[in-house]
Design a binder for this molecule. Structure first.
Ligand code: A3P
Length: 300
């Protein structure tokens, strides 16, 4: 089985880390050195849960008074360049970067599970937005993505699926990852917002307003009247972002992701139905039922 080594998957602090993308040294440095500020905003997720989408929304909401949509940096930069990961960018390029000059509110992101966050984040009053997604779509999305990133065109879906069910996948186990943020979102609701890809698809207006309020950048009555919320939703939609030149043909500097277009595949809810057999769906449903049995967290 070539896939785990091709991804550099290594178990660390109870989770599987894709060390080619996020080296252990950068995680340790982040945990040791990062000093959170109360104004910080952190986008947290497991890969393929809707990170790119959420980053576009957060960036646009927070910066909407500085940039019109016609000249927002999102027109020429991938969302991951505007909100970068601690473990994939900041602490990978420099083990102790000076992040104090970044204008407030500083926008960061991470794929790390809650228990692995720097203590200063847990002690501070900063805001964390977590996005999750039904694991069936995550498996299928991950399979496509990993094949593209690591050039594994023949990697069988069954392999990817079985690894996922064992929890042996990027930042997995999936259920442990989601549970950590779910529990904390109930303990500290003003610091951690728990979002779902499916809810964002189903009612983008309500969810975008909820997000903006949580972030401390609520929409005014005037903005609501003049359609600002819908303009932001349309700008950040799959169809719009995917067609921007930077996301069609661009590549992030110094990233091992060969092309930005890998972040935009089908953008649908329930696409797994075209890939997973009913038996596979039942199998993963049973795994989830068992793993989440003591929690109020559920996935449809
Ligand atoms: P699919 O592979 O199912 O299409 P992440 O950003 O966490 O890596 O997740 C990537 C998934 O989100 C991919 O799912 C991708 O197509 C989808 N996606 C990217 N941008 C999106 C957007 N603006 N709206 C909805 N889905 C989006």
């Amino acid at each position: 089985n070539i896939s785990p080594s091709a991804q550099g998957l290594t178990q660390f602090q109870g989770f599987w880390i894709p060390t080619l993308i996020a080296p252990i040294s950068s995680i340790i440095s982040f945990q040791k050195y990062f000093q959170a500020l109360d104004e910080d905003i952190i986008v947290a997720s497991k890969p393929k849960a809707g990170t790119t989408w959420l980053k576009a929304l957060v960036f646009t909401i927070v910066n909407r008074h500085s940039y019109k949509l016609s000249n927002t940096p999102l027109n020429s930069a991938n969302p991951h360049q505007l909100i970068s990961h601690f473990e994939i960018k900041f602490y990978k390029e420099n083990l102790n970067p000076d992040l104090s000059k970044i204008p407030s509110p500083r926008l960061f992101s991470t794929h790390l599970p809650y228990p692995m966050l720097a203590d200063s984040i847990k002690r501070s009053n900063c805001r964390i937005v977590y996005i999750t997604r039904n694991p069936f779509d995550i498996v299928v999305s991950s399979w496509h993505f990993i094949k593209g990133v690591h050039n594994l065109p023949d990697w069988p879906l069954e392999d990817c699926f079985e690894m996922f069910c064992r929890g042996e996948e990027s930042y997995g186990p999936f259920w442990e990852h989601a549970l950590g943020y779910w529990n904390m979102s109930m303990e500290k609701p003003s610091n951690i917002l728990f979002m779902r890809y499916e809810e964002l698809k189903e009612d983008p207006v309500a969810q975008t307003k909820r997000l903006a309020e949580f972030l401390g950048f609520p929409f005014s009555i005037e903005e609501e009247k003049t359609g600002v919320v819908n303009q932001i939703i349309d700008f950040c939609s799959f169809n719009h972002l995917k067609e921007l030149e930077v996301n069609k043909t661009g590549k992030m500097p110094r990233s091992i992701i060969p092309s930005n277009k890998l972040f935009f595949r089908s953008g649908k809810v329930g696409d797994y139905i075209n890939y997973l057999s009913p038996t596979a769906v039942e199998l993963l449903s049973n795994v989830l039922k068992e793993k989440l049995s003591e929690s109020s967290l559920t996935f449809n």
